[in-house]
Ligand binder design. Structure first.
Ligand code: SF4
Length: 286
């Protein structure tokens, strides 16, 4: 059994920066807190925990030391709270998320109703909402955006990991509702490349194993893409979750990871699939 790795894999630059900044803070000897998982990957969270980094849900849980803002960013009030409590703030917000936050604020300042494409409770969207003023709405499904009212001025942005086709469809729809419209395309090009790689993989194999945090939006999108193309796609966080029956009888299995999946986790899964293939060959009647 062969394993075909997708053309794009490994950390994106935003995840790499967030992990490096947290590690550097931990090495300084300070008491380091991640405000939520710094990136959506359990392996990374465990590694940082082993270095003494604590994950907190609320700034109030940190009485001293450093608070690291996750790659997904936070609303402005959270950053203010970190400063007001006299804690050191390490900002690991991805530069592309910062850019989306700036555009969102600009739309709110210019009087647009901000329409955000995203999952309402995803940390990145929670952060964007903090920049969107009172007049904003979050939509995730076609059903939700079909229920949008007519608007005088509508400004559209997106959570970075949303599929580009959904953003295009939403923009086309809002154009039919708004007298005036402004659009900032804040879909992350790195996740788009990863989605293209998943699509290419789906053209070459029947079964795809997708590795990444169960709460990782971009990983889940890769699973959706593979399934939309009629492939069997299995989402796992590590090699221990792989089941032999998923890959049984396959000559080639596709393998791809989310943008916060470490390469070593991906390579462990690759080895496990190859080992299952070898067992299958040995067990086959001569
Ligand atoms: S997926 Fe894109 S937006 Fe998210 S952290 Fe990586 S580079 Fe930044």
């Amino acid at each position: 059994m062969q394993v075909l790795l997708a053309r794009e894999n490994g950390f994106c630059f935003g995840v790499k920066k967030a992990v490096e900044l947290t590690e550097a803070a931990a090495e300084s000897g300070a008491s380091v807190h991640n405000l939520g998982q710094v990136v959506h990957n359990p392996t990374i969270s465990r590694r940082l925990e082993d270095r003494g980094v604590k994950v907190i849900k609320d700034v109030a849980e940190a009485s001293e030391g450093v608070v690291v803002i996750r790659a997904h960013g936070v609303p402005p009030r959270v950053r203010r709270e970190i400063e007001q409590r006299g804690l050191e703030c390490v900002d690991a917000t991805c530069s592309l998320v910062l850019r989306a936050q700036r555009f969102t604020k600009q739309l709110a300042d210019e009087g647009y109703t901000v329409v955000i494409l995203g999952t309402p409770d995803h940390p990145e969207v929670v952060g964007l909402k903090g920049f969107a003023g009172k007049d904003h709405v979050v939509v995730e499904t076609e059903e939700q955006w079909n229920a949008l009212p007519k608007m005088k001025k509508a400004g559209v942005v997106s959570q970075s990991t949303q599929p580009p086709w959904a953003f295009t469809a939403l923009v086309a729809h809002v154009a039919t509702l708004a007298q005036e419209m402004k659009v900032f395309n804040t879909v992350c090009p790195v996740t788009v490349k990863r989605q293209v790689a998943a699509t290419e993989l789906a053209e070459q194999v029947r079964t795809i194993v997708v590795v990444g945090g169960k709460n990782s939006a971009n990983t889940r999108e890769l699973v959706n893409l593979a399934r939309m193309r009629g492939r069997s796609a299995y989402h796992i966080e590590n090699a221990d979750e792989l089941r032999a029956e998923w890959v049984a009888g396959e000559d080639t299995v596709g393998l791809i990871g989310g943008t916060s999946t470490p390469m070593d986790t991906l390579l462990e899964v690759k080895q496990r699939i190859e080992a299952l293939g070898a067992e299958e060959r040995t067990a086959a009647p001569a």
